[in-house]
Design a protein around this ligand. Sequence first.
Ligand SMILES: [Zn+2]
Length: 477
Amino acid sequence: MLKLYNTLTRDKQEFRPIVPGQVRIYVCGMTVYDYCHLGHARVMVVFDVVTRWLRAAGLDVTYVRNITDIDDKIIKRAAENKEPLDELTARFIQAMNEDAAALGVLKPDFEPRATEYIPQMQEIIRLLEQKGLAYVAPDGDVNYSVRDFPGYGKLSGKSLEDLHAGERVEVTLAKRDPLDFVLWKRAKPGEPAWPSPWGQGRPGWHIECSAMSSTLLGRHFDIHGGGQDLQFPHHENEIAQSEGAFDENKGNPFVNYWMHNGFVRVDDEKMSKSLGNFFTVREILARYDAEVVRFFILRAHYRSPLNYSDHHLDDARQALTRLYTALKDHAVAAGPVDWNEPHAARFREAMEDDFNTSEAVAVLFDLANEVNRSGSRPAAVLLKSLAATLGLLQRKPMDFLQGRQVIVVPHAQLHVTGYPPKVEIGLSSEKIDQLIADRIAARKAKNYVEADRIRKELLDASIALEDTPKGTIWRRS
Ligand SMILES: [Zn+2]
């Protein structure tokens, strides 16, 4: 039985889907005005594994991850770039798809864009107005009135007073309470705007998720996920909107389980642009194999902070190399798993304990040790099959060991060739092949001094050679 930590109740609970056998899950996705950073990568990878696992457990999953394509930051960036808004967002949606594909993230079932749900947002705002939960402020914006929603603060576990004291909130005359938030913004000159009962304007940020989730998953669904930074105010506001507007949610949570992944830190510091320790996914993929980055993310429990450092990434590369090395002499494919097998049972127990991927990965190492010790083919098949539920170890081992980057997820059409970048640290594959050919030629000519010199040159460059009856194989060590 799967147990997961529910932010709303602050404890681990048995997961019971609303409709037996089905899971509906919504995750807040990217605001597309820039490249994805490691925090985005973590959200995508974590919930990719959540949905892979639920599917592996035989559940019928509908997974929605939205795209915020209208927002203050987008408008600002488009103006700075002198670029039409839709071109800017199209460019970064494409970049996000490329990053996701490189990281082995499967496509969600739906990737709705906020601008496609304006009528649904307006309908919810109308319902809120009707119920006395929204008001038109003197500046023309439509705001949510948090004081009129009794459950406000329940996701954060705080009262309105705590929230006032603890959060930095902007005090404006237009708001009845500083925690009130904008549902509909009156248009400013030159900004994109849609007609509405409250005049030309555009949606505030929070309302889009209530509109998209209720349209695609219904007004009451199973799991809502996102990064921890969204817990307040974004998710608190989603609750206020969806439970405030929809009668069927009166007194009931609109989402049964709230899941939040932890923060990403860099060298034990908060990741931020001002600290200069801010990395985009593509900057990281120029230095590390994408599967190493995925492995690094999954090796930590999703609720723990994830600390990025070169040291940790190098360590992840070495660890993943150990797993692939165990598979290198076994041409095996992932297959159905016998969950009664002791390793498989431990793996499942770990995953069912609030997606404890860190413990699940430890089981993969135990299996790799067994493959190394006994050469057991069934153990190699099991290793590959269990790893598949995490989206790991599915490349040909030599592709990984020789540093060949392969996209294993058929994904959006990738227009950019050469992405993700080929990660080759040290000698290029071509140079290595050339040196090996030279070494064979030297040996044929009985020039053993030269052959040894080449072997040493390769060893110094951390290239391990193995002479087999079929020829010489090399890998990066
Ligand atoms: Zn959201």
